[in-house]
Ligand binder design. Sequence first.
Ligand code: NAI
Ligand code: MG
Length: 366
Amino acid sequence: TKGKLLILPGDGIGTEVMREVRRVIDWYAKKRGVEFALEDGLAGGASIDAHGVPLTDATMALAQEADAVLLGAVGGPKWDSLPFAVKPERGLLRLRKELGLFANLRPAMCFDALVDASTLKPEIVRGLDILIVRELTGGVYFGTPRGIETLPDGSRRGVNTQVYTTEEIRRVARVAFDIAAKRGRKVTSSEKANVMESGILWREEVTWVHDHEFKDIELSHMYADNCAMQLVRNPKQFDVIVTDNLFGDILSDAAAMLTGSLGMLPSASLGAADAKGKRKAMYEPVHGSAPDIAGKDMANPIATLLSFSMALRYSFDLGTEADLLDKAVENVLAGGLRTGDIMQPGMAKVSTSVMGESIVRALDKL
Ligand code: NAI
Ligand code: MG
């Protein structure tokens, strides 16, 4: 087999969209001879109901052994009133923490058929395919000192500290260059070196990794405020953008909206490379468990299918197979099929399962 894949459907629409992924996995096995050693497990509310905890040690062990974890979504009203320590989200946090996932990958792709759904002009987004690599475990969200202090005069101040070390910057830079090598071979590193010392270090260390390890990838630097502007003005100038936790949070949300619906957005989180260059990895749609439409066969499965496509490309080195899936999605959209979230005038509204079946049929025709 090509490696171990752990599937964690989770809750709500997570279980529905994951059924469509399994359809596609079956297709790869049958029609392309591409097989995975599949495991599955419970995560989030489903695991709380069965085992009393949002992720069991046994499932965590499966995740550690897997080449990639594919997660649906966790959470829902049923578990909202539980204390934070046993909430569904804690299952996700445990996975991210124990797998050491420090790089978050968020692509923004614009399918031709959905160009009109973008808030930007068609010529600005047509053919768009960029990826933001956000540092996920350092920076101002975690730096110390932090807190709200009361000053002698009774006024208060809130304190957070931006801290980045050489190693934290180098390891996320390596992810960005690795990924760029499998895409458009261009990295833009974004910080505010004009006003932040951590930004100066960021720029120096990304440059160091480039000059010592990835000379053949094109590297440029851009201040984060300018980057936000350029993302809206001319997003196609980018291939891979690498940036810190705070700027990445904002830039990736902005980039996501270049292309439309939550139901279309995949993501990946990667950890450190082992001796063979293999990284721990988890792939998941950006959306949540959507309780408002759960159980109704209405969810858009494309975000999760594209997350699986990212796993093919980045964890299993199956770029050609990933291209097939991306193309099948594009063709089905071009054929006019839409789930409710991406519905447009004159198009045909279909269910989760019909969307999945149609994508498999489109794969057959490629
Ligand atoms: P959500 O992403 O689940 O839903 C937001 C809105 O987008 C809803 O109207 C939903 O119907 C729609 N939507 C989302 N995905 C869609 C899809 N694939 N197809 C069609 N429509 C879709 O976010 P919300 O409502 O804030 O959270 C719902 C639950 O999900 C909560 O329990 C939350 O904690 C959890 N959640 C879990 C995440 C995860 O597992 N990574 C991420 C975000 C939220
Ligand atoms: Mg955000």
